[in-house]
Design a protein around this ligand. Sequence first.
Ligand code: ARG
Length: 252
Amino acid sequence: MKKLILSVLVFTLVFAVGCAGDQTTWDKVQDEGKLTIGMSADYKPFEYTDENGEIVGFDADIAQAIGEKLGVEVEFVDTAFSGLIPGLKSNKYDLIMSAMTITEKREKAVDFTNQYFNAGQVVAVMDDNNSIQGVKDLEGKKVGVQLGTTGDLEVSDMDNIEQIKRYEKIPQAFIDLRNGRIDAIVNDLPVTAAYIMKHPEVKMVGEPFTSEHYGIATRPGDEELLKKVNGALKELKEDGTYDEVYNKWFKQ
Ligand code: ARG
């Protein structure tokens, strides 16, 4: 008898755990009524912390609008950019939305939605710098990038850079540029352009030298969630919400 009870217990337990394991991220999001999103909130105008300590920006608004379409709340989890994919893998949040470029390498680790924004890498220097006119002049120079970004990858591939300084957060790189600790920054154009609007002592030189597309990342296998988010993105583009949010952050 005892044996029977025990085996029934074990069976029930295995069954229960099995069922819980079958719950998809989309099921969980619906159960909890909440979508959690990892982002590195250092990237104005995409995601940054405002005076009230709130995470705001283009990505934040689009994420909220996606939440509305899906009928769930949205919560942001601020995480250093280089830790975003590991954090997604260990279930710290359901998605990554962080001005993240769709790259082949990242696609091996995560799935991306359809692209939602175009950008490229650009070189920034102090306004009085005449020796760096573009990406070719970075030889022998100290260059700042954000750790783990496409800017980091691009500069890491260049020959004869004197030193690459990798920053956790991009505003630290701009502080160092102004203090003369680095000669140039390689970073996404929209973010560098937004910085220069407020700090005209910094300028961009040369043309953007990469062509990149941002996507929202899910864990591989979260197909339902990916489909839902793609559907929401499509609706936002069709009903004018995307353009409204774009104009709010990029047309001042
Ligand atoms: N687009 C670049 C990349 O994917 C930089 C993104 C940085 N994002 C951020 N929120 N700091 O690598």
